[in-house]
Design a protein around this ligand. Structure first.
Ligand SMILES: *Cc1c(COP(=O)(O)O)cnc(C)c1O
Length: 350
């Protein structure tokens, strides 16, 4: 077999571990389940699975357009945001050209770059935060795409509207800037960017969001990108004809109408956040304040060993070794009972 170096360089994705009977706080899934209206819509759709899905996702795009007060031409759904990152690198990165992001962030940006033989340059993270000025400094004529996670996974930190506006002003308009906002619905900070409002001024801006997190539909795989219609029409050329399955389309459109579930999820998240902050402080552990549904916490010991010990006690979390951090965990904010079980187990292993 004749292999390609860019494919050989890909490290397989390390998913969160699931163990029978354990409390899973490893993959930032919604602990309250799925939006009930989405589940009802899926039930109703089961009798039509002999039919191909709508390749154009017309209903979902219309629902997104209504939700955000834009036209459907601004939206393109994908088989999870992961697939959207592939659209973006397929569309913009030629072999040898550069993708720019930060250290200690979501691994899918690197994967998407490598898949299309792009090179990846990383600006260092500091205090758990993306350093937008450091990223801007690293833009070269070879740079095609910048991936920013806001809030960042695994640190939960965010950059502000002012920081983002300043950054966009420095980036040449032929460099595409991706704002990955998978956790946007959990954000409470008042100065979080209204990136949708920036689309008209910045034709090179792409915003990705997902139904995997607050809407509780990770198992169905559906995310979307918002950008100027010209960008969307171009990205649309890269996708498979039926990339979003019928159940996912139906569920996602219905989920947008279930803001009661979104609100309930936010309330649970805020309560869990407060509880976990207080417990980490009591245990003398440093953490990063989060705008997402997970918390990055330093535990003062090897994270892989701690992960094993916690799993033996019935709780799975994410050791951050694969992100290059040896002494920290990322824990999803769960239900009150799950959070308590996690803290009890953590206290025992410390
Ligand atoms: C979970 C997550 C996503 C969502 O991915 P999907 O493919 O939509 O499930 C995207 N970006 C980040 C940073 C994430 O943590």
């Amino acid at each position: 077999m004749q292999t390609k170096a860019n494919i050989q360089s890909i490290a397989p994705y390390q998913p969160g571990v699931w163990k029978e009977g354990a409390v899973k706080l490893a993959s930032n899934e919604n602990p309250l389940g799925s939006a009930p209206q989405a589940l009802a819509a899926v039930q109703a759709k089961l009798s039509a699975l002999n039919l191909y899905p709508d390749g154009g996702c017309a209903r979902l795009r219309a629902a997104l357009a209504e939700h955000y007060g834009k036209t459907p031409e601004y939206f393109l759904p994908g088989n999870g945001s992961d697939e959207i990152f592939h659209f973006i690198t397929a569309a913009f990165v030629r072999p040898g050209e550069q993708v720019l992001t930060s250290t200690v962030t979501f691994s899918e940006y690197t994967f998407a770059a490598r898949l299309f033989a792009g090179t990846v340059e990383y600006a260092p993270l500091a205090d758990g935060k993306f350093q937008l000025a450091e990223i801007a400094k690293r833009v070269t004529p070879q740079t095609r795409v910048v991936f920013l996670a806001n809030p960042n996974n695994p640190t939960g930190t965010y950059f502000t509207a002012a920081e983002f506006a300043d950054f966009l002003r420095q980036i040449p308009e032929e460099v595409m800037v991706v704002s990955d906002e998978a956790y946007a619905e959990y954000v409470t900070a008042a100065d979080y960017p209204d990136s949708l409002g920036l689309l008209e001024r910045h034709k090179n801006l792409l915003i990705t969001r997902t139904f995997s997190k607050i809407y509780g539909l990770a198992g169905l795989r559906v995310g979307y990108v918002m950008a100027n219609p010209e960008v969307i029409a171009y990205l649309n050329k890269t996708r498979e004809p039926f990339n979003v399955n019928a159940l996912a389309q139906t569920a996602a459109a219905a989920a947008l109408g279930d803001q009661e579930f979104v609100q309930k999820s936010r309330v649970n998240n805020e309560a869990g956040k407060k509880y976990l902050y207080a417990e980490f402080t009591r245990l003398g552990l440093k953490y990063f304040p989060t705008e997402a549904n997970f918390i990055f916490v330093y535990i003062g010991q090897d994270c892989v060993a701690a992960f094993q010990k916690l799993m033996d006690k019935g709780v799975t979390v994410r050791p951050l070794k694969s992100f290059g951090i040896s002494d920290a965990l990322r824990v999803t904010i769960g239900t009150p009972e799950q959070n308590q079980k996690f803290i009890a187990a953590l206290q025992e292993i410390l």
